[in-house]
Design a protein around this ligand. Structure first.
Ligand code: ADP
Ligand code: MG
Length: 360
C-alpha cells in the first residue's frame, strides 16, 4: 500500500487511531479508496470502528498515524468545514426553529450564496428527496422518515463530492427503511456523489453498495463487491457476519489425487483440498438440501440426520437437522403443509462448490 489510487474521492492510507485511555486501537492500519460516484459501505458489528472512520474523514478526529487523502490532497490538518464532505447522522440534527426549506438553505447561506440561487438549489434538493410538499413545515411537524429526508436534502444541497452517512436508517421501522434504501440508491445514482455508508446491517450493505468493506476490531476483514463478500467470504469472521452459514468441522484425508473431506465421518467426494488436516467449513443455509428419506434413496454423498426444529419464515422454512455431532440448517421453500416434522429422519446434501473452507 503506502500510496493511494489517483482519481479517488477519498483514500485512507494506513490510518490508525487509539482513543485516550483505550486498551486497543479503534482503527488499526486501515487503508482503502473510494472512487468518484461510488456507493461504498462500511459494514461491521458495534464497536468495530465504523463511526471512528467517518469522524476521521469528516475531520472531527485526527488519526494517530496514516493519511486521509481527498482529491489528491492530504487533509489530516484541514478543518471539518473546509473539507468537501457532508455527513448525515442517525439523529437528524435539524434546526428546530427553522422550516425544512430554511434548514436546507442553511449550508448555502453559510457559504454566502445569494437568495435566488439558494432558493433554486433548495427546491431541487427538496424535489430529489420528495420533500417539496413539506418545505414550509417545522421539524416537529414531520415523521421520522420525513425528517431523515429533510436532513438528506440539506446534506446534498451544496453537492459535496462525498457524502458520509452514519446508520441513517437505524431509527426507522422496517417498511420505511426499505423504502429509504430505494430512495438512497436512486438519489445516489442521480447525483453521482460518492456515498460512504456506515451500517451494522448486512442486508443494507449488500443491497445498496457497489463495494463493501467489512470491519473487525478496527481492521479490514474484507473489501469487495457485495457478491464476492456473500459468495466468497475471505475468512471465518466474514462468513459468520454476512449471510447465514453453518460452520462445521471437516477432516481432510489423503487420497491418490489430493485430499478429500469427511464431515461426521462421511466422505464428501466433491469436497477436496490441497492440504490435509482439520479445517472449518462454512455452508450457507440455502446451499443445504434436506430430503425426506424416500426421496434421498440411492442418492450418494448424503449425511443422515434427524429434524430437530423447523422455523416457518414465510417464503421459506429453516430446517435444523441433527447429524451425529453437528447441526446443519437448511433453507427449504415453504409450502402450505409442512414437509418436515420434528423427529423425522432425513438426509442432508450440499454442493461442495458452494462451501468455503478455512484450514486450522
Ligand atoms: P462503531 O461505530 O463501529 O460502533 P466506534 O467507531 O464508535 O464503533 O468505536 C470503535 C471503538 O472505539 C469502540 O471500542 C469504542 O468503545 C471506542 N470509542 C469510540 N469513541 C470513543 C471515544 N470518544 N473515546 C474513547 N473510546 C471511544
Ligand atoms: Mg457507530
Amino acid at each position: 500500500m503506502g500510496t493511494h489510487e489517483t482519481g479517488s474521492v477519498l483514500s485512507l492510507v494506513g490510518v490508525s487511531k487509539t482513543y485516550d485511555g483505550a486498551q486497543k486501537p479503534a482503527l488499526d492500519q486501515v487503508s482503502f479508496s473510494v472512487k468518484p460516484g461510488e456507493f461504498f459501505s462500511i459494514l461491521g458489528p458495534s464497536g468495530s470502528g465504523k463511526t471512528t472512520i467517518l469522524r476521521t474523514v469528516a475531520g472531527f478526529e485526527k488519526p494517530d498515524t496514516g493519511q486521509i487523502v481527498m482529491a489528491g490532497e492530504v487533509v489530516n490538518s484541514v478543518a471539518p468545514n473546509k473539507r468537501d464532505v457532508r455527513t448525515v447522522f442517525q439523529s437528524y440534527a435539524l434546526f428546530p426553529h427553522l422550516t425544512v426549506r430554511e434548514n436546507v438553505e442553511y449550508p448555502l447561506r453559510m457559504k454566502g450564496e445569494a437568495k435566488p440561487t439558494r432558493r433554486t438549489k433548495a427546491e431541487e434538493a427538496l424535489a430529489l428527496t420528495e420533500m417539496a410538499t413539506f418545505a414550509d413545515r417545522f421539524p416537529h411537524q414531520l415523521s421520522g422518515g420525513q425528517r431523515q429526508r429533510a436532513a438528506l436534502a440539506r446534506s446534498i444541497v451544496s453537492r459535496p463530492r462525498l457524502l458520509l452517512l452514519d446508520e441513517p436508517l437505524a431509527a426507522l421501522d422496517l417498511r420505511l427503511r426499505q423504502q429509504m434504501q430505494h430512495t438512497l440508491v436512486a438519489l445516489q445514482k442521480e447525483l453521482g456523489i460518492a456515498f460512504m455508508y456506515v451500517t451494522h446491517d448486512q442486508g443494507e450493505a449488500l443491497s445498496m453498495s457497489d463495494r463493501v468493506v467489512v470491519l473487525q476490531d478496527g481492521k479490514i476483514a474484507q473489501l469487495a463487491t457485495p457478491r464476492e463478500i456473500y459468495f466468497a467470504p475471505q475468512n471465518e469472521f466474514v462468513s459468520r457476519f454476512v449471510g447465514r452459514s453453518n460452520l462445521v468441522a471437516v477432516n481432510f484425508e489423503p487420497t491418490d489425487t489430493g485430499f478429500v473431506g469427511r464431515v461426521e465421518g462421511i466422505k464428501v467426494p466433491g469436497l477436496t483440498a490441497k492440504k490435509g488436516g482439520t479445517a472449518r467449513m462454512a455452508i450457507r443455509y440455502e446451499a443445504i438440501q434436506v430430503k425426506p428419506l424416500d426421496e434421498a434413496e440411492g442418492a450418494p454423498d448424503t449425511i443422515p440426520g434427524v429434524v430437530e426444529d423447523v422455523l416457518f419464515l414465510g417464503t421459506n422454512c429453516e430446517v435444523n437437522v441433527r447429524c451425529g455431532g453437528v447441526n446443519l440448517i437448511g433453507t427449504v421453500p415453504a409450502v402450505r403443509h409442512s414437509t418436515f416434522t420434528v423427529g423425522q429422519p432425513v438426509k442432508v446434501a450440499f454442493d461442495a462448490a458452494n462451501t468455503q473452507v478455512f484450514h486450522d
